[in-house]
Write a protein that binds this ligand. Structure first.
Ligand SMILES: Nc1ncnc2c1ncn2[C@@H]1O[C@H](COP(=O)(O)OP(=O)(O)OP(=O)(O)O)[C@@H](O)[C@H]1O
Ligand SMILES: [Mg+2]
Length: 338
C-alpha cells in the first residue's frame, strides 16, 4: 500500500510517501522569501506551491523507488490554511486521483499535526493528551482513538505561535519569530520580567493577547519613542515572554492530566519545536508517570509525512470522498471531519 501525501496550507510545499507503513520520502520546500515581507504573502505562497509541487513529487517517487501508477491513495491537506495555497495542493491531488483512478482523501491539517507523534519509532498509546501548538492554533485535546478527538481547550484570542511571531516583530527579531525568540531567550533571564499569564478561571482555554500587550507596554515604557532595545534587555524580554507562554501551556496541560486518565502525552505543531517547551513537557510526563511522545523537529513544522499518515488512517476508516471536496480556511467544529 503506497500513500502519497501533499501539504500546501501555508508557506511549506511538501510531498511525502508512506510505502507499506514505512515513510520512504518526506520532502519539504520552505518559502524563505516571505521573510523580507515580515509574514506570509498569500498570493506569492500559492505561486511558489505551483512551481514546487511537481518537482517534489518526482523526487519523492525517485527516493521511494516507485512509479506514479504504483501510488494507491492520494491524500492532500484540505484545510485549515490559506485557501489559495490549499487549492494548489488539493486540486493537484484531485487531478492525480482522477487520472490514475485512485482514491482521493482530504486531510485536516491539524489532525495531521495531532498524530505526528505516530511517525516516531516509539508510538503513542491511546488515550492521549495532545497539546497542538502552531502558528494558527493552540488546542488541548483528549485523543481517545484515531477517530475520537475531544477538544478540551483552545485559545480565545491569539495562537501561541502567533504570539511568538508578534513579540519577535516588536523586538526587531524578524520572521518567523519562534526560532528567533528561542535563540534570544537562551541568552536571557526568564525571571527578569514578570509578564502576566492569563488563567481563564479553571478552564482549559488559553489567552495570549494580554501577554502580548504587556510585552508591548513594557517596551514602550522602558525604551520610549526610539524603541532602541539593548541586546541584553532584548534577550531578557524574549526569555521572560517564552517563560510566560510555556507556563500557561503547562498549567492547562497539568490541569487536564489531573482530570483525564491518559497513557501518553504529546505535543505537536510548529511551537512544539521549542526546546524549553519540550523540556517542560518531559518534566510533566515524568511527574505524572506518562509515556511521552514528542515528534522530531522535522515533523513539528508543516510536512507531508503527517498528511500521508493521517490520510492512510482516514482511508482505513472506510470513508470515501468525491472530487467535489473543497478547501476550507478554518477549523471545522468537531475536528475529525466527515
Ligand atoms: N522553536 C520555536 N519556538 C517557538 N515557536 C516556534 C518555534 N519554531 C517554530 N515556531 C512557531 O511555529 C509556528 C509555525 O508552525 P506551523 O507551521 O505548524 O503553523 P501553521 O501551519 O502556520 O499554522 P497551523 O498549523 O495552525 O495551520 C510559527 O508561529 C513559528 O513562530
Ligand atoms: Mg501547521
Amino acid at each position: 500500500m503506497n500513500i502519497l501525501g501533499i501539504e500546501s496550507s501555508c508557506d511549506e510545499t511538501s510531498v511525502a510517501i508512506i510505502s507499506n507503513d514505512k515513510l520512504t520520502a518526506n520532502l519539504v520546500s520552505s518559502q524563505e522569501f516571505h521573510t523580507k515581507y515580515g509574514g506570509v504573502v498569500p498570493e506569492l505562497s500559492s505561486r511558489a506551491h505551483l512551481q514546487m509541487v511537481i518537482p517534489l513529487l518526482k523526487d519523492a517517487l525517485k527516493k521511494s523507488e516507485l512509479r506514479l501508477d504504483e501510488i494507491d491513495v492520494i491524500a492532500a491537506t484540505a484545510g485549515p490554511g490559506l485557501v489559495g495555497a490549499l487549492l494548489v495542493g488539493l486540486t493537484f491531488a484531485k487531478g492525480l486521483a482522477y487520472s490514475l483512478k485512485k482514491p482521493f482523501v482530504p486531510v485536516n491539517h491539524i489532525e495531521g499535526h495531532i498524530f505526528s507523534g505516530f511517525l516516531m519509532d516509539e508510538k503513542p498509546e491511546f488515550p492521549m493528551l495532545v497539546l497542538a501548538v502552531s502558528g494558527g492554533h493552540t488546542l488541548l485535546l483528549h485523543v481517545k482513538s484515531f477517530y475520537e478527538i475531544v477538544k478540551l481547550g483552545t485559545t480565545v484570542d491569539d495562537a501561541a505561535g502567533e504570539a511568538f511571531d508578534k513579540v519577535a516583530k516588536m523586538l526587531g527579531l524578524g520572521y518567523p519569530g519562534g526560532p528567533k525568540i528561542q535563540k534570544a531567550a537562551s541568552e536571557g533571564d526568564p525571571k527578569k520580567i514578570k509578564f502576566p499569564v492569563a488563567d481563564l478561571a479553571g478552564r482549559y482555554d488559553f489567552s495570549f493577547s494580554g501577554l502580548k500587550t504587556s510585552v508591548l507596554r513594557h517596551i514602550q515604557k522602558e525604551y520610549g519613542p526610539s524603541l532602541q532595545i539593548p541586546e541584553a534587555d532584548r534577550n531578557d524580554i524574549a526569555a521572560s515572554f517564552q517563560y510566560a507562554v510555556i507556563k500557561a501551556l503547562i498549567r492547562n496541560s497539568e490541569r487536564a492530566l489531573k482530570n483525564y486518565d491518559v497513557k501518553t502525552i504529546s505535543i505537536a505543531g510548529g511551537v512544539a519545536a521549542n526546546k524549553a517547551l519540550r523540556e517542560a513537557f518531559a518534566e510533566l510526563a515524568e511527574k505524572y508517570n506518562k509515556k511521552l511522545v514528542v515528534p522530531s523537529m522535522s515533523y513539528c513544522g508543516d510536512n507531508a509525512a503527517m498528511i500521508a499518515y493521517r490520510g492512510q488512517k482516514v482511508f482505513e476508516s472506510g470513508k470515501t470522498f468525491t472530487l467535489g471536496y473543497n478547501a476550507y480556511p478554518s477549523l471545522p467544529e468537531g475536528i475529525f471531519q466527515d
